[in-house]
Design a protein around this ligand. Structure first.
Ligand code: C5P
Length: 220
């Protein structure tokens, strides 16, 4: 990519899942691969941006020329994102943050046969919403991008998230559903305050550049 349109700009990206400990050897997590967030971080760096990637545990190589901050839990991701967000011109929240965590991480491995009630019932509490928290703290001129992965009503949900999370762009993505969705079978929508439109099927690398094109168009 010969464009250096993001030179001098700071971009923050959250990516991957979070993991939430149950005890020293067990955790709750989800199936996020981190591929979209890593593609956005690579694309932003290729376009000249100073990029901070706040990443949960993934099996992807650290992008070259990108500052990667590794985190595990949602609360760790929130504090790392908070630090990077303060200086960011564009913030992209592509992480699949675990919505809840065990109320307490046990200090010792839970053992069966010891009558420990936590083997039957795991108490959960809600995690912070990183995008909603930082979107609400957005400075004028800062551009915020969120995602909405939905099985139904992707456009309506993406439009709702645009305002509830103070985003400038929400990328709506149909997951699952009645059709034969494979890994490349994403139906992606862009929702901004001005317009809603569908994009043709494309690679995550191309999609990353399209997302950055729209984000860059909102920069002051
Ligand atoms: O509310 P929902 O999880 O569907 O919203 C998805 C968007 O919000 C994504 O951009 C995701 O990265 C972000 N999010 C977050 N922190 C959470 C939950 C979602 O940043 N705890």
């Amino acid at each position: 990519d010969m464009r250096r349109d993001l030179a001098g700009r700071r971009v923050m990206v959250t990516a991957g899942p979070t993991v939430e400990p149950i005890d020293p050897v067990r955790y709750l997590t989800n199936r996020s691969s981190g591929k979209t967030g890593y593609a956005i971080a690579r694309a932003a760096a290729a376009r000249g941006a100073d990029v901070t990637l706040v990443s949960g545990p993934v099996a992807l190589p650290e992008p070259e020329g990108v500052r990667t901050v590794h985190v595990e839990t949602a609360r760790e991701m929130l504090s790392a994102a908070q630090r990077a967000f303060a200086a960011a011109d564009i913030a992209v929240f592509s992480a699949a943050v675990a919505d809840m965590r065990p109320r307490e991480a046990a200090a010792h491995k839970l053992k069966k046969g010891a009558g420990d009630a936590r083997l039957d019932t795991l108490e959960l509490v809600e995690n912070p919403d990183i995008l909603a928290t930082l979107g609400a703290a957005k400075r004028p001129g800062q551009v915020v991008v969120g995602f909405a992965a939905e099985t139904d009503d992707v456009v309506a949900n993406a439009q709702r998230k645009l305002s509830s999370k103070h985003a400038d762009l929400v990328v709506g993505n149909v997951v699952g559903g009645g059709r034969a969705f494979g890994t490349d079978d994403n139906e992606v929508w862009f929702v901004t305050a001005e317009e809603t439109y569908g994009l043709p099927l494309m690679s995550k690398d191309r999609l990353a550049d399209r997302i950055l094109d729209v984000a860059a168009s909102f920069l002051p």
